[in-house]
Design a protein around this ligand. Sequence first.
Ligand SMILES: Nc1ncnc2c1ncn2[C@@H]1O[C@H](COP(=O)(O)OP(=O)(O)OP(=O)(O)O)[C@@H](O)[C@H]1O
Length: 252
Amino acid sequence: MADPLLKAAHLHKRFQALLATDDVSLDVMPGEIHALIGPNGAGKSTLVNLLAGGLKPDSGTIELQGVRIDSMAPHHRVHAGLSRCFQVSSVFRNSTVRENLMTAVQAVSSMPLRPWGARHTRYLELTDRVVELAAQTGLEGSLDMIAGTLPHGAQRQLDVALALASRPKVLLLDEPMAGMGPDESERMGNLIDRLRGEMGILLIEHDMTAVFRLADRITVLVNGRVLASGKTDAIRNNAEVRAVYLGTEEEA
Ligand SMILES: Nc1ncnc2c1ncn2[C@@H]1O[C@H](COP(=O)(O)OP(=O)(O)OP(=O)(O)O)[C@@H](O)[C@H]1O
């Protein structure tokens, strides 16, 4: 079996009296979509923040392709191959889609500074990459639109495109379908499905239709702890998971 791309082991995070992450271990394999589900307040966002570097764990380890990243700054984790989308959109609303993507592509560009004559070549490489990202995320027809005027679903597609700019090995998606109607959710689901195989994905999502459609494996968090983890069908039919979470979510 392949080695995990991302491997978190025995993570703990306490906020005063509250143990928000209680001995959580989880991995993401190459080419897999691993969904993280659980009730409000279960600790899903806290876990994503620990993985992405916004929060520091009290104990436990995080490895990306076998390299410890748990004391790296968030931007170093991005360079190492771990990228994330936030629950709240991070696009520059007054800039065009093209400008948003260009900013992201330039920020992660590791191309060395070249002499004057080569500047134009470098610019063309970056603009090609912008067009490639737009095509990958279904935004090829929206490049010159002001990001803030895009429908909500397209803004979230742009969020994903920004996260893809660094060519991540692992992508963390924090509620990518939040606030979407059925058509937008389906479009986002198709986009995530297309990314499967190119990277490992950790998907935090309340939309159980999307989770069951997309996930290869599911981990269920409750009160900061892993209640269950396994293949999608096994979790779907797990009586304890149904009792504490799925029963109510699926009926909603
Ligand atoms: N910075 C913080 N300081 C104190 N408590 C926090 C902090 N961040 C999160 N918490 C608490 O930790 C617990 C887990 O919160 P978290 O946001 O990780 O849950 P969640 O599963 O992502 O919830 P939701 O599905 O509503 O987004 C909650 O009780 C929350 O109030």
